[in-house]
Design a protein around this ligand. Sequence first.
Ligand SMILES: [Zn+2]
Length: 101
Amino acid sequence: MSYVPPKFYQLCRLCLSSDKTPVLSIFGSDKDIPKKILHCLSILIEESDKLPKIICLRCSERLESFSKFKETATKTEEVLNRFLTYADQHQPNSNEVHKVE
Ligand SMILES: [Zn+2]
């Protein structure tokens, strides 16, 4: 069995920092951290894997803002597409223009 120094598990899973800034347990909070990491960073973190299960406060804030940014961009895409669909369905044709008169 390989020897893993305890310090290994005090490293931030996302940036390797080991400074003494407050850290968050990836599975310990109700913030959906593992899901956000997967969706934003495409990194799968499982409770059973053998890597550190904490992230530093800085990474947590980055993740939070990236996650919001991703949500906004996804919604924007939807709104823009909906507008195009709407515009396609409501294209004025010559008949309608005539009726309005
Ligand atoms: Zn970090």
